[in-house]
Structures are given as C-alpha cells and as structure tokens.
Design a binder for this molecule. Structure first.
Ligand code: PMP
Length: 397
C-alpha cells in the first residue's frame, strides 16, 4: 500500500499523519484531472464541461454525506477546513444563539481552533467559557460534564479524538448530557474522520467538522455537517456570489443550505479530490469498514507504548487504548531535540504544543513529542521510532 503514496518514497518513517496525511496517487491524479482536462467552473456554466464539473462537485457532496451517515447531501457544507467550519458555526449560529451570560463548554484538551473562535464569540457577546477537566489518563471527564452542565450552557464543543493524546470521546454520552440541558453539541472530528466510523445519526451531535487533508485528501477543503433544522435557521456566514436567491439594492434573499454557506467560487478541484480520498480510504478499510483502520492504528499505538515504556526516562501521556496517536516526553531532553535526532534517523515526528497549549499547561510541560499513525503505517515504523529514541537516550546519557 505504501507504493500508493509518492510522499512515502525514500524509505522514511512518516509518523506525523495527525498533522496531515500523505496523499495516495489516485487523489493526486483526481486533482490533476480536475485542474487539467476536466477543468471549468461549477454551478454557472451552460456549456457541457461546466455542467459535468457541477455533477462531479455535487457527487462529491453526496459521497461525503454517505461517508458520514448524513441524512442528505444538503447537510454537507464544504469549507476550507475544520478551522473554518468551527468559525462558521461560531459566527453564524453563535451570533444568533449565544447571548450575554450564556455559557459555552469546552475541554482541557481542545485544539486551539476549537478554543479561540469561541473566545472571540464570548468576548463579543459577554458569554462565558467553561472547561471540562480530564480524567487521570487523559480523557474528557464525562462524569464531571454530566454534573456541571446547566441550562445556561448553549453549546458543548469537544474533540471526538484528541490530536495530542489520541483519547476517544464517549460522544453519545456527551450528546445526551448536552441535550439534557438544551445545549447543542459540536464535535471536532479532525482526528476521528480519518481513523474511525463517523455516523451522524448514531453520534447524535448537532455539528460535526473535519479537514480533508487529514483524510488523505488535499488541503483547502473541509466539511461542516449540521442538523438540517439548525442549518435552515442559520444566517449566512459570508456574503457573495452563489449564496444568494435574489440580489437587488432593495434587499437580498439567500439560497437554502448548503449554498447559503458557500459564498464565492468553491474549492472545486479540492472537493473532487476529496471524493477520491474517501473512495480510497473506504476501499483500504474494506469489509470491516473504518473500524478496521482504527484497530490497525491503535494496535501500533499499543506496540509503541509497550516499547516506549522500556526506555528509561520516558513519560507517556494519554489513555492506554487510544486512536493512532501517542505523545511522550523524555526527561532532560527537549521534544524538539528528540524530533531533530529522529529526523537524522529518517523518522518524522511532531514536537511542540500541537496547537493545544491549555493541555500542555495541564501537564505542566511546554511541549511533547508525538508519533501518529495512518493507514500506511506498520511495525517497521514503530521499530524505527524506538531505535531512534534509544539513540536519543544514549546521546543524552
Ligand atoms: N482540531 C483538531 C483535533 C486537529 O487535529 C486539527 C488539525 N491539527 C484542527 C482541529 C484544525 O484543522 P485545520 O488546521 O485543518 O483546520
């Protein structure tokens, strides 16, 4: 399967898939075709090429809806990425539904893109942010959530899978707790969509966002799903072409969802390549579905954690059973030095705060080293990581 990925050539060990996944050739080809012999705009042209492009663009929307277990393709909004998806909800839904004194519940492990948009909204509206703590092993503490949500909470916004710890949220329990107090639940599915089954009906959330580049697709495209009744009541996010019904200087009316939220010429080639990425990932997952990718990656995490434990001075973070992501520190060695030495060994990991500074504060550390796996990862990656870390350990004594 590695041969499908030009970005993996050269025998290096790519352990930064949580940041962004390498692309299979079929995705690169789909994007090149869409930018080359098939290229034209969508939704406007009367000529055949543009009509075909529109069909391909809308087929991608249907495929995305099917992949997510959405009720209809009209529930799928193409955005630039998860970051834009969250900003869209904060600005549009939040602008109407969050007022002075209202509360928004986040958690200690959120990515900055699921913190800052809410802080900006709260500041604008005079609302408050609450932070759900973590369990000792680094999961969002749902017992705490259940007892601390109140009628003042209008929104709960949580990572489905942590990008630092790999912890998986009990999403249905979180949904139940949110809905019990009349709050909506947004799930940040950036790290879940590429490695586990996501089914909107089953998850029972109200909003779900993810980024195409983490699902082996291109950058510049992401998905926002929202319940249709919520979407219909949401005002536009940006104004411009394509999102309107009728424009006049006397006043403008807007298109229904999803068009209302997709102002301007969309990311045509990226959306078409995302379709190819979904097809590729689901084909690799095979009969067992996305659950088999989860099992493959979490087995690699278990192997990595077991081996890491045998290296002196390593501290592991996060739960034993997690999605394909593991964070660690080594006493007396800065994670950046770990990353630099591993790079000399042909092992690419991420070192830093992973856009989760409040989580680093929680552990009282500035950074971690993080290894993350993808569908192309295997035992040789774990072995190279461990061999590299043994060298780090020797260098630093
Ligand atoms: N949330 C999580 C959990 C993530 O891992 C990321 C990407 N690191 C984001 C949000 C933001 O995604 P993007 O930068 O693609 O918008």
């Amino acid at each position: 399967m590695r041969d499908d990925f030009p970005g993996l050539a050269g025998g290096w060990h790519y352990l930064d898939t949580a940041a962004t996944a390498q692309k299979p050739q079929v995705v690169i080809d789909a994007m090149a075709r869409a930018m080359g012999e098939d290229y034209a705009t969508v939704h406007r042209g009367v000529y055949a090429r543009s009509a075909n492009m529109t069909l391909a663009f809308e087929a991608a929307r249907r495929r995305t809806a099917e992949f997510m277990g959405a009720g209809s393709e009209n529930e799928i909004i193409f955005v630039r990425g998860a970051t834009e998806g969250i900003n869209l909800v904060a600005s549009s839904w939040g602008g109407v539904n969050i007022g002075a004194g209202d509360r928004i519940m986040l958690s200690q492990l959120e990515h900055h893109s699921n913190i800052v948009p809410w802080q900006m909204l709260a500041e604008r509206k005079g609302a408050h942010i609450d932070v759900c703590p973590l369990t000792a092993d680094g999961r969002i503490d749902l017992d705490w959530l259940e007892t601390n949500l109140t009628q003042a909470h209008k929104l709960v916004s949580l990572a489905h899978v942590s990008n630092v710890l790999g912890s998986v949220l009990g999403a249905q329990r979180a949904a139940k707790a949110a809905h019990k107090v009349g709050a909506k639940l947004l799930l940040d599915g950036c790290q879940a969509a590429p490695r586990m089954r996501i089914d909107m009906a089953e998850l029972d959330c109200d909003f779900y966002v993810w980024s195409g580049h983490k699902l082996y697709g291109p950058t510049g495209v992401g998905v926002l799903w929202a319940r249709p009744d919520i979407l219909e009541a949401m005002p536009p996010y940006q104004g411009g072409g394509a999102m309107i019904d009728k424009v006049s200087f006397a006043g403008t009316t807007y298109a229904p969802a999803p068009g209302r939220f997709e102002a301007g010429t969309p990311m045509i080639t990226e959306v078409i390549a995302l379709h190819a990425a979904i097809d590729y990932v689901t084909a690799v997952a095979g009969e067992g579905g996305m659950a088999s990718l989860f099992a493959h990656e979490s087995a690699l995490v278990t192997a990595a954690r077991t081996a890491l434990r045998n290296i002196n001075s390593i501290t592991l973070y996060g739960p034993e059973k997690s999605a394909g992501i593991v964070s660690f520190t080594m006493e007396g060695v800065h994670p950046h030095d770990i990353g630099t030495i591993l790079d000399e060994e042909g092992v690419a990991i991420r070192a830093g705060h992973h856009c989760a500074q409040p989580l680093m504060d929680h552990y009282g550390i500035p950074a971690t080293a993080r290894a993350s796996f993808g569908l192309y990862s295997d035992e040789s990656d774990v072995e190279a990581l461990i061999a590299g870390l043994e060298r780090v350990s020797r260098i630093f004594g």
